[in-house]
Design a protein around this ligand. Structure first.
Ligand SMILES: Cc1cc2nc3c(=O)[nH]c(=O)nc-3n(C[C@H](O)[C@H](O)[C@H](O)COP(=O)(O)OP(=O)(O)OC[C@H]3O[C@@H](n4cnc5c(N)ncnc54)[C@H](O)[C@@H]3O)c2cc1C
Length: 313
């Protein structure tokens, strides 16, 4: 019997993780995208596993947990660029933390609260959380390479309509993120720009850190220390602004003064595909399955949302 044909529109983490979760012995898969790594938002993520702006959605708990386990498994293979790292998550005094329920989204046993004598006085609470760090510059090419080896085809094309492909493919997955504004007429999905500064890589100058202020995050990777970040709604250009990058760096220098000695090697920005809720559903009466709108948590949710999307085939 010949295999059924599946088209996945989008080659970011949502599209790649969807392809990963499909049984390749049963389906022929093509990934079609206007752009591929490194020219997509998914490359601009730091990226670490952390539930961010998803906590109003109880489905997120399952998605986060399933993705956590997937990345933990990848971390056993150094080639993936995924590693398990201890993140210090500080909640600064005097700042309302609208994110109190983040602990509910963590797998059991991965976080511990530090005692006040082990933390600086400007913090209310400090946690240490062991989470996956996904070095996007390594992980995305690795995924593409693995998928190609498993027979997945990659085509570069910008499409105007999903329905063009619903006759020639048995199933069409829509993993086009902000592309869904046009492809689905969905104006609930908006771009939210994140800018980051890059310092030369030097593991001893800082550790992996996140606070609740801006938020400020510091992510030591092999290619750079990433200092983030901004959350700028409805900005449609992915450029960086020197004043903003300067401010982000100054915030980081206050937490880890040794960073000031490092060279600033660049900056970048990406547009998060933010939607009130992530859309994972089969469009009624069609063979289109949507998997988009992951906002600032695309990596954190990816393998969980992909598993759910694939279950709708
Ligand atoms: C600065 C920054 C830091 C971040 N840090 C983190 C983090 O630490 N952890 C985390 O979990 N998340 C993080 N994120 C969020 C994460 O990057 C996104 O949620 C994720 O990349 C979304 O992936 P995606 O595959 O849905 O979209 P994208 O990566 O945008 O991919 C969309 C794909 O669809 C294709 N496409 C769109 N329209 C069309 C069309 N008409 N025809 C054909 N193809 C089309 C594109 O070419 C592309 O291939 C961060 C984001 C930014 C900007």
């Amino acid at each position: 019997m010949s295999k059924q044909k599946i088209l996945i529109v989008g080659a970011g983490i949502s599209g790649l993780s969807t392809a990963w979760m499909i049984d390749k012995s049963k389906y022929d898969i093509t990934i079609m995208a206007a752009k591929f790594s490194p020219d997509i938002t998914s490359n601009r993520a730091a990226a670490f596993w952390f539930p961010y702006h998803i906590r109003n959605d109880h489905r997120g708990i399952r998605w986060c947990n399933e993705s956590y386990e997937a990345y933990k498994a990848f971390s056993h293979n150094k080639d993936t660029g995924v590693s398990m790292q201890v993140l210090t998550k500080g909640l600064r005094k005097g700042i309302e933390d609208g994110e109190k329920n983040w602990v509910d989204f963590l797998p059991e046993g991965i976080s511990k609260m530090l005692s006040p004598q082990d933390t600086s006085p400007e913090y209310d609470i400090v946690y240490e959380v062991t989470v996956p760090l996904i070095e996007t510059q390594l992980f995305l090419p690795w995924m593409m390479h693995q998928l190609k080896a498993l027979g997945v085809a990659f085509l570069q094309e910008k499409i105007d309509s999903l329905s063009t492909y619903t006759n020639s493919y048995d199933i069409v997955f829509n993993c086009s993120a902000l592309g869904s504004r046009m492809l689905c007429n969905d104006d609930t999905i908006i771009p939210v720009r994140g800018q980051v500064g890059l310092l030369s890589p030097h593991q001893a100058s800082a550790s992996f850190y996140l606070d609740n202020e801006t938020p400020l995050y510091i992510v030591p990777r092999q290619d750079a220390i990433i200092i983030g970040g901004t959350y700028e709604e409805n900005i449609t250009t992915d450029n960086t602004e020197p004043d903003t990058i300067h401010r982000l760096l100054e915030n980081a220098y206050m937490v880890f003064p040794a960073l000031r000695k490092l060279e600033v090697i660049g900056s970048w920005a990406g547009l998060r595909p933010v939607r009130p809720t992530v859309r994972v559903e089969r469009e009624h009466g069609t063979n289109i399955i949507h998997n988009y709108g992951h906002g600032g948590s695309g990596f954190t949710l990816s393998f969980g949302t992909a598993k759910e999307a694939v279950s709708l085939i």
